[in-house]
Design a protein around this ligand. Structure first.
Ligand SMILES: [Zn+2]
Ligand SMILES: [Zn+2]
Length: 247
């Protein structure tokens, strides 16, 4: 059902497989597209060492394209939102060198400024201990993501509502307006029904990705397919079913 898997990790960040192993796994699953999206450099302990690493990944992808002409190898990034204003941990120079961009929220990141540390990153870490601040977290997380969507127009927002809470409907409305997809992430077990409902309600697109950190989970998208079927989601609004246009 799916033409490609556009959110996966390799050894360049915290994935266990080499890019070559991942590409071979995608080929074996019968995919036409394989996209690697290693974590941005602000992701503590898991991100790429520095943003220039994406240029190394691009060079390796070029070689793999020649070696494996049966599959389109694309290089993206899963960039971190690092400020309340929706800044990400990649320069525009690197973003423009990538085939596409995915943005997402992660708890363990280096904030852009001290203020972002106190008002954005720290509260998200404290939210696990103090559930009373959830409403504040929803407000700041939704705002930061929407600003990032408006600034960067990424292909998709990764795993919305995973650990860090957001207002899914407001996020989906912004995605619909800016042509950005909400991700159904099959690599993390958490409730995703509300994402589908928000996309149905607002007209937003979806994309189903594995978030694979191992070659054997590349292209493992079955649970996403089941979810789409359960809600009778229009497949022409699912990016990796209907076809894909890298920018
Ligand atoms: Zn992620
Ligand atoms: Zn990921």
């Amino acid at each position: 059902m799916f033409l490609g898997d556009f959110h996966t990790h390799s050894r360049y960040s915290d994935g266990r497989g080499t890019l070559r192993e991942n590409v071979m796994a995608a080929l074996n699953k019968g995919l036409c597209f394989y996209g690697v999206t290693d974590h941005g450099p602000a992701n503590i302990g898991t991100g790429v060492r520095q943003e220039k690493v994406y240029l190394t990944i691009k060079a390796e992808a070029q070689r793999l394209k020649k070696e494996f002409p049966g599959i389109n190898v694309l290089v993206g990034a899963e960039a971190d939102v690092i400020s309340l204003e929706g800044d990400i941990d990649l320069s525009l120079e690197v973003v423009s060198a990538l085939d596409y961009l995915i943005i997402g929220l992660h708890p363990y990141i280096l904030p852009k400024t001290l203020k972002d540390g106190f008002l954005f990153v720290l509260p998200n870490l404290l939210g696990r201990i103090f559930p009373g601040i959830k409403r504040y977290l929803i407000r700041i997380n939704t705002r930061a993501l929407i600003r990032a969507i408006e600034k960067y127009r990424p292909l998709a927002v990764s795993h919305p509502n995973l650990v860090l809470p957001v207002d899914l409907e407001a996020l989906a409305r912004s995605c619909a307006k800016n042509g950005v997809a909400l991700e159904i992430n099959t690599g993390h077990k958490y409730p995703k029904e509300e994402i589908v409902k928000a996309a149905l309600k607002t007209g937003a697109k979806l994309i189903v990705n594995s978030d694979a950190h191992y070659p054997h989970t590349v292209g493992e998208l079955k649970s996403g397919e089941e979810l789409l079927m359960r809600y009778n989601f229009p497949l022409e609004r699912v990016l990796n079913v209907a076809g894909f246009n890298a920018k």
